[in-house]
Ligand binder design. Sequence first.
Ligand code: SF4
Length: 509
Amino acid sequence: MREDKVSEFNVGEVGKEKSRRVRLKPVNREQMVLRPMDVERLVPEDHEVRAIWEFVGRLDLSRYYEDIEVVEGEAGRSASDPRLLISLWIYAYSKGVSSAREISRLSEYDPAYQWLTGMEPINYHTLSDFRVKHKESLDELFTQVLGLLSVEGLLSLERVMHDGSKVRACASADTFRREERIRVHLEVAREQVEQMGDPRTAEEVGPRVAKARQRAVREKQQRLEKALEELEKIRACKSSPEEKKKARVSMSDPEARIMKQSDGGYAPSYNVQITTDAKEKVIVGVGVSQCGSDYGELVSAVEKVEENMGCAPGQVVVDGGFISRENILVMEEKKIDLIGPMGDGAEQSAGQLNRRGVEAAFRPEAFRYDGDSESYTCPAGKVLRPDGKEEQPGRINYRYRARGADCRACAFREKCCPQSGTRGRSIRRAVDDPVVVAHMEKMQSEEAKHIYRHRGEVAEFPNAWIKDKIGLRQFRLRGLIKVGMEVLWACLTYNIKQWIRLCWRPQWA
Ligand code: SF4
């Protein structure tokens, strides 16, 4: 229609108007076109897909080849080359694509994917199975990549920075149920499994659909059985019978846990732990935890780096969430220089005292310690004598107690120890291990503060990149092992991208 209007437009001088029809190129979508295509030239020489193919070609993939059953001279369809499947996944992740179906679709028309596959279509089942099938091989691949990056001089292990980040699980908060509800669902699933007949004789939907439905019901049953197992683990961490009774678990992903997010909300998540070498921000260790707190993750993160690299890092920089007295002692034992601030727990103590009804004027600071007599004197002038000690990793808490008769007769009792019953007021004197004291003194030095100031830009960069570029804000897979593999693919992609950015040059260059 637009072409007709333009063609009737009048041009020319006033009084000498004449109409003319402009000629436009037609769009013909009904013709058949046959063109020669040079697959090698689908992408330019400096395209990153060539770098990925080249890099993966340098890796030893023999573990993957061992799993291939079809061999020369025997019947059966040829298997897809692991080098191709790995390259496809790495390239797809680098473009924020994490769906096997999407890669399969892109392989039909996107030049980079076509170049990789040599214009051969690739089945999404093949891609999907490959991503989660070879856990040990993938771990070894990650280590091999680190070896190549080390040879290129991209990492030194002199200083690593570690951080944790919550990534949402493939389950919503409303899939969490208590035991009674899970048992009802499990009973229904078991009945369905028992009633299933032979899929080959299914007449209504055909054998393929019937088989797929049976698999789905069996997987649901397994998931619910796993949910009951996980529920027991959650209960084991709860102290009161009431909390144990209220414990809930997700029926979609039983291994996910409700964790606090960076925005302050709560969601089913996994805690992804990444250790980054400070030299060129290469990831040297990856882990996934079900625990929302970071305290317990530092030691396993360091061990992961040792496992990957064959030696421990010289220095580890972490935020306060990883610093506990126990971790300080373990790092000292491993001869690793630990940098990270430690809270003194003062806020927590104040909160506990408030809950016990102790007024500010009767907090431990108001009690006077006398080292010679090994006792305290309270604001009312009464003496608190030693009453045992409690040993914790990196600290000993000495307890002192006033006589019950003194406190019962005291005018300040309601302000000082309203809940102490017949016993007198007690206070604790904490004595830190010399190693812990030395760590706290070190963290006051300018050098340690300077190192710590750079923690964010190194430790948080890979986490941000993986979430932003790869789009790993929520897992596609379920379960701790599969989720771990998803993270490993993402970190593998990140490291190879670092190599492309810092080392790779196109062959013509
Ligand atoms: S309640 Fe006991 S500890 Fe507290 S001020 Fe009185 S005597 Fe001292």
